[in-house]
Design a protein around this ligand. Structure first.
Ligand SMILES: [Zn+2]
Length: 397
């Protein structure tokens, strides 16, 4: 993915100039790394009191750029078309996540926040070139970088950074649809209704495929369908089948339930055979959003006279939304919704965000179609219950 087109609005002009210049000027024969960007930053950010850093650390120079390399090679990401090392791409994304997750927000990302993330883990080429590849030296580098380059600090910068480097970052490719030009076009379209139609079509197509699969009466036929429709292996389909089995049993259709259970086993065996079993849904300590196919979405509804609250969250990572409807005495419905990130994450993947927004907007549209007068409050995106909030408060010097 080209991060420059995806993340451009999230950076200050100065940080952009540094990244743009590094992509043009530096290391034309290899992917751009953290040290390349750091060197460009040292030249461009002359206002910072670099001397305080050079009193404690090595000042890297041009010759170091060939000597120190990022641990993770190029993995598809670029800046203005220039390939980036995966380490550098992570640092750039982490800078956006860090700025976005900080209270008050530090967006757009300054040159200083970018610098902090370029040395954000001990493993980057930039950290190594400054002579801070581990331990106390790296902690001191982070302290100084906060003070000198960012102009303020976080309580526990190491764990804050760790979370930022792990978080599903803005601009990270979605598991399912992000590469699909049709979905891209929809995501850029402010009219969310078109996305709803698209999602509905997608689900409809999935259910049609599943029905065909459940009806297939030979192994050959089932196998051929599976080859054409790998989406049948998703956790979502597994949950749909479980639900269908339950319904068939409730209605006394035991033969049908048994047939569906056989199909479910067939899918599970196939997943095992290709080495991609469904992740266990056992609760455990998790951090960050599941990848797109792994969510286990569960809904709950609370209804009281004049009030209804619907929550839909993933049992595993807890990404999801809560929507509330309050009926006013005059008959008007006040509707609002809140989309939450996963545990340990400060951002929501574009895929889950669009799903949540589309689902909530669809319910609102249905209320309107049924003739209801609806007043919608601005959706709240992000944030989390106070008790779960991480310590990312930023204190300026
Ligand atoms: Zn999940």
């Amino acid at each position: 993915m080209d991060l420059s087109s995806q993340l451009r609005p999230a950076f200050t002009t100065k940080a952009l100039a540094i990244l743009d210049r590094a992509a043009v000027m530096r290391a034309p024969d290899r992917p751009l790394g953290t040290l390349d960007v750091f060197l460009a930053l040292m030249t461009a950010d002359a206002a910072a009191d670099w001397q305080r850093i050079w009193l404690n650390f090595r000042q890297p120079d041009e010759a170091d750029a060939d000597r120190y390399r990022d641990p993770s090679p190029h993995d598809g990401d670029s800046w203005n078309g220039r390939p980036l090392t995966a380490t550098c791409a992570r640092a750039i994304r982490a800078a956006v996540t860090l700025a976005d997750g900080t209270t008050p927000s530090l967006l757009p990302v300054s040159a200083g926040v970018l610098a902090l993330c370029l040395v954000g883990t001990p493993a980057t080429a930039a950290s190594a070139a400054l002579g801070a590849p581990a331990g106390r030296a790296h902690s001191l580098l982070l302290e100084l970088a906060q003070e000198v380059l960012v102009g303020g600090g976080w309580d526990d910068i190491e764990s804050v950074l760790e979370n930022c480097f792990d978080a599903p970052a803005p601009g990270a490719p979605g598991e399912l649809d992000d590469e699909d030009p049709e979905v891209r076009a929809l995501m850029e379209d402010p009219d969310v209704r078109r996305l709803i139609d698209y999602q509905a079509d997608r689900i409809e197509a999935l259910v049609a495929t599943l029905n065909e699969f459940l009806r297939a009466d030979t192994l050959d036929r089932s196998g051929a369908l599976l080859e054409r429709h790998p989406e049948l292996l998703s956790a979502q389909v597994d949950r749909i089948i479980t639900k269908l089995i339950g319904e068939a049993e409730q209605m006394g259709h035991f033969a049908e339930a048994r047939r569906m259970r056989e199909k479910q086993h067939f899918l599970e065996n196939y997943r095992q055979a290709i080495g991609a079993p469904l992740p266990s849904s056992a609760p455990g300590k998790r951090s960050g959003e599941c990848s797109g196919r792994d969510h286990v979405l569960t809904g709950s509804v609370i209804e009281e006279p004049g009030y209804m609250s619907v929550a839909m969250r993933c049992d595993r990572c807890h990404v999801g939304y809560v929507s509330d409807v309050r009926w006013q005495p005059g008959g008007e419905a006040h509707v609002g919704y809140h989309v939450f990130p996963a545990d340990g994450a400060t951002t929501i993947s574009q895929e889950m965000l669009m799903w949540a927004v589309a689902t909530c907007e669809k319910s609102i549209a249905q209320l309107e179609q049924m003739g209801g007068r609806v007043r919608k409050s601005k959706p709240v995106i992000g944030g989390r219950p106070e008790s779960l909030r991480r310590h990312t408060d930023f204190k300026p010097i």
